[in-house]
Every structure is written in C-alpha cells, then in structure tokens.
Design a protein around this ligand. Structure first.
Ligand code: SF4
Length: 432
C-alpha cells in the first residue's frame, strides 16, 4: 500500500481542505505514515496570506525536500500555489507537483499515476485530523469583501455558500463519527447565503443544525461586522446549543485606519458591540487586530490600546501588518518599521493579558461546563468552556475527571486563574 505523509499548515479552513484531500486518497488505498522518509507521497497544504505564513511554508517545503526518500514525490497544494510564480517554483526544484486549489479534487489522478493502487473503493468527503469529538464545519469559501490588507479574495475568489442540505448532511455524518462540537467556519461566516437564491441565511442554517441529535455545542467563528444581523442574534439567543461566543475580527478601532482598511467604522463597531452584549448577556468575545498598518499613527495605536483595555474581549489575536501584493493596500508604502510593528504587537498583547487575567479571576468560584479534550488516565484532564474555541483560546485544567473519555461535558468548579488558563475540579454528579 503506498504511503502518504501530510503537513497541514495555516488555519482551520485550510485544515478542512487537508481533510478533503485525505478523503480523496486514504479510502482508495493510500495509508498515512509518521515520518517523511517513509512516504511515497509527501503532501503539504500551504497557507500564504501573510509573509510569516509563506516563510513557514518555505521552511516545511525545504525540510521535506531534504527528508524525502529517493522515490518519494513531494506535492505542494493550497494558497501558496495560487500565489506562486515561476521564480518560486525554480527555488524549489525538488517539488514534484504544484497543485492549484481548483485542481485539488484531482489529487488522486496525480498521485495514482506515480503510485497506482488496485482499489474500487469510493472517496469520502473528508477524513478528519481533529480529535474525534470536535470538527470544523465549513459553510462557504471565498470572500466578497475588499479589506485593503487581505489577499484572500485574490487567492480564493468570490464568496460561495454551500447548500444548506449539503452542510446539514455533513454535520449529521460528523455526529455519526462522534462529534459533539461543531465549529462553523468560512471567511465571512455571518455572510452565509447571500449568494443563494433559496433565501436561506445563517439563522436558517443554524436552526437546521440545531435539530440534529447528538450535537451539543455549535460555535460560530469568523463573523464579519457588517453581516451580523438581528436575526442572527435572535437565533443565538433562542438556541441553547449555540455557544454564546462571538468571534468578531475587527482589525482596528481608529476610524481613519478602518476607513483606509475599507471596513466598517468606529461608530458602527461600537454600536454593534453594544448590541451583541445587550442581546447575549454573558457572551464571550474574541477578536483579532492588525498593528503597524500603513495608516496607523501612534495616536491611532494609543486609541487601539485604550479600546482593548476597556475589556470587551476575552480572547485576542494580534497580527503585525504584512505588505501583500494583490491587495489594495500594496500601493501604499509600508511605513511602520518591522521593529515598531513588533513592539506594538507585544504592547497590545500585554494590555490584553491584564484584561484576560481579570476576567479569569472573576470566574474563580463559579461553576461552568467544560468539554474535555484530553483525558490522560489518572492525570489532570484538559478542556474548554463554551467560550473557548479549540486551538486558539484558553484551556481549563480539570482534576477529578478521571475515567471520562474526551468529548465528555462536565460541570467544573473553577478554583484558580492564570492570565490565560484556568484550573478547576469536576463536580461529577452532574455529568451532561
Ligand atoms: S472579510 Fe476582509 S479580512 Fe476577511 S477574508 Fe474577506 S477580505 Fe479578507
């Protein structure tokens, strides 16, 4: 049986693409191996939307070129390929194939020409690499917005929603595999359905997903400010399965910067935050910000720091501006020096660290529910509250949950707080 080694880089949206690639190959006779030296086919699914992501991809490609066996074939897929020019391809002559995103569905034809398999088994939509109890559910691809710093529309094209029936079918299949938490993702998750004639939008989709038995938590990630409607907030209020979690990448708060970024402005943003907090009491909020954008002055950065210090957000990601070709901002000079971008990022993260610590301290003594991700037998289990997304948010370290499998949802009394993580003890007579 030919062997396959996979490296999946980048975000959860890219991970879903990697899982789809596995779904095209593994059922038809390829098997995963643990080391690149053992592989017939080495597959790298790349991310390339900012410079650090591209550098990581270059490092991985170089390493795999060095480690692949003489007969091994190295295939590079994903966003980097859509941005790659001939110079890049010449830099890595050890790559055997560069596969554009639109051609990934033909991966089996490419690979089987090198390593034929005798199998009449059919492919499956995806084979997950996330733990069995949670999954990412992608509902659309591409983006119709034109944020000035973002290359995603150039890489992924316009917004395309998947049909509701396909998404619900996929969700039901995931539940059949043991998934209890669905993390709903797209480039603009709240914009779902605007390209569909059916009139079905995100609220209707969520109503349909909530009817599936076995789903315990539904979490929405990557909401876009201008596409959050009152109907969406209604369904989040009404449906207990939908986590009171709003992941709302805002990128900045200074009006001049937002205007230059071609995003909704300060007044709209503040009104929206107020509306969300009023309609969803106790909501956990996550955002991401960009520092060092060309239009960002020191005054704008101070405004951003003061905004974060107001304490709206439980979780924050901060990115240094990356000057990207294929973006509207590329015609502006990349004015803020790299060292200053880094300094601003670190300073903003320090402000958030204090906010996060204060919020965590407020949770001490409270009882909450925790979904267990790791249960190492007699040791301390690790899990997340409804307000903590996998891979990016805080963790809760739980004692007293011995013997429970991952995916269990248990009541936990929080006993101690650190800036980002929490500690607690399971109250096992109330297992959900
Ligand atoms: S909403 Fe803006 S930042 Fe997000 S993918 Fe679309 S263009 Fe990029």
């Amino acid at each position: 049986m030919p062997t396959l080694y996979l490296v999946s880089l980048g975000c959860s949206k890219n991970q879903v693409d990697s899982e789809a690639l596995l779904g095209l190959l593994l059922p038809r006779g390829y098997s995963l191996c643990a080391e690149p030296e053992q592989a017939d086919v080495l597959l790298v699914n790349t991310c390339a939307f900012i410079e650090p992501a591209r550098e990581e991809a270059y490092e991985v490609i170089s390493e795999l070129i060095n480690r692949k066996a003489g007969s091994g074939k190295l295939v590079v897929c994903g966003c980097l390929v859509n941005r790659a020019d001939d110079t890049l391809k010449k830099t890595f002559p050890g790559v055997d194939a560069w596969v554009q995103i639109k051609d990934e569905r033909n991966i089996f034809e490419l690979v089987s020409a090198w390593f034929p398999v005798e199998s009449d088994s059919s492919p499956v939509p995806r084979i997950r690499i996330s733990p069995p109890h949670y999954a990412y559910l992608r509902i659309a691809d591409g983006c119709n917005h034109r944020c000035s710093f973002c290359a995603i529309p150039a890489i992924r094209g316009g917004y395309t929603s998947l049909p509701v029936t396909d998404i619900v079918g996929e969700a039901a299949r995931l539940v059949g595999e043991g998934v209890v938490e669905l993390n709903v993702i797209a480039q603009d998750t709240s914009g779902y359905g605007r390209d569909l004639d059916s009139g079905q939008r995100l609220p209707e989709l969520l109503d349909a997903l909530c009817t599936i038995d076995g789903i315990q938590w539904i979490r929405l990630q990557y909401l876009y400010p201008a596409t959050i409607t009152d109907q969406l907030l209604d369904v989040m209020t009404r449906r207990e399965k939908i986590c009171r979690y709003v992941d709302l990448p805002l990128q900045h708060i200074a009006d001049e910067v937002l205007k230059h970024m071609q995003r909704p402005g300060r007044a709209y943003t503040r009104e929206l935050l107020g509306r969300i907090q009023e309609r969803l009491p106790g909501v956990t909020m996550r955002t991401s910000m960009i520092v060092g954008y060309p239009a960002e002055t020191t005054e704008h950065f101070e405004e951003l720091k003061a905004f974060i210090a107001e304490g709206h957000f439980h979780h924050l990601g901060v990115f240094e501006y990356s000057h990207e070709e294929d973006t509207p901002a590329f015609s502006t000079s990349d004015r803020v020096p790299p060292g200053e971008k880094q300094r601003r990022r670190e300073e903003l993260m320090l402000v958030q660290q204090q906010v996060s610590f204060e919020k965590n301290q407020q949770a001490v003594g409270e009882s909450t529910v925790v979904l267990l991700d790791e249960c190492p037998g007699p040791g301390t289990a690790v899990g997340r509250r409804p307000g903590d997304a996998p891979d990016v948010d805080n963790l809760v370290h739980v004692t007293g949950a011995e013997g429970l499998p991952p995916g269990s949802i248990v009541p936990v009394r929080i006993t101690r707080a650190e800036p980002y993580d929490l500690y607690g003890h399971a109250e096992l007579d109330g297992i959900v």
